[in-house]
Write a protein that binds this ligand. Sequence first.
Ligand SMILES: C[S@@+](CC[C@H](N)C(=O)[O-])C[C@H]1O[C@@H](n2cnc3c(N)ncnc32)[C@H](O)[C@@H]1O
Length: 262
Amino acid sequence: MATEQEMTPSQPPLLYRDLADWYPLLTPVGDYAEEAAFYRRLFDAHCQRPARTLLDLGSGGGHNAAHLKTALACTLVDIAPDMLAMSRRLNPECEHIQGDMRSIRLGRVFDCVLIHDAVSYMTSRTDLAGAIVTAFAHTAPGGVAMFQPDFVSETFEPGTETGGSEAGGRALRYLEWRWIPDSADTTYLTDMAYLLRNPDGTVEVFHDRHVMGLFPRALWLELIAEAGFLPLAVPFEHSSCSSAGQEVFLGLRPVAGGKDMT
Ligand SMILES: C[S@@+](CC[C@H](N)C(=O)[O-])C[C@H]1O[C@@H](n2cnc3c(N)ncnc32)[C@H](O)[C@@H]1O
């Protein structure tokens, strides 16, 4: 039987620290082109001011930014120094800042704010509300914030996926296993197994547990409205079949008036 400590790791996932260097083989930057183009269309459609600047909270390897930076001046924030280092190599022209999306305050606003899959690391209502309020604090009047959780309660499905890629003489294959423990309230677990093949042919194996948040759709919309945004849910348009039924949440910051929680 798993102990409490094993169920809830005290450290961030290995993928974002010791194994950060392998991240581009897990989820190659080219795979993000289609979704980045979709986000850009949404920003253009909903931003009531010229969309020129973007704040990406939980920017990871900077794989979305690598595509969005052609149209938007990107500022990238992540809590993990090793991920920022990866992203700096890929996006040297972008500003990088270490910080926590639940609390960071940069003292300036952006036309567009993106919290992509990193928002799935918000595992309590308080953390999720904190991240959404951070997005509001950095969205200019007339600007737009976008949130893309991997799942909401209504769409979660336990299951497994496999994948990986190779480059520069190294190769990675993974097994992703999503499940909800009996004791879970607002979380699910993603247990990852990585097989890492080095240039000399040796292979290492790692287990990495990711604790992810799971909240009802209605709560997302409620928290986005509570922060001061006009909330909106739009279907995620992507050619992969796993995206069927998935939605993206938007927060539109009114041009004038509304709450000031900055
Ligand atoms: C899957 S990666 C994001 C990948 C990103 N969408 C991209 O385009 O490359 C998730 C990231 O969330 C970051 N993260 C987790 N909790 C965070 C927090 N509280 N504040 C900021 N970043 C966080 C992790 O360090 C990790 O880099």
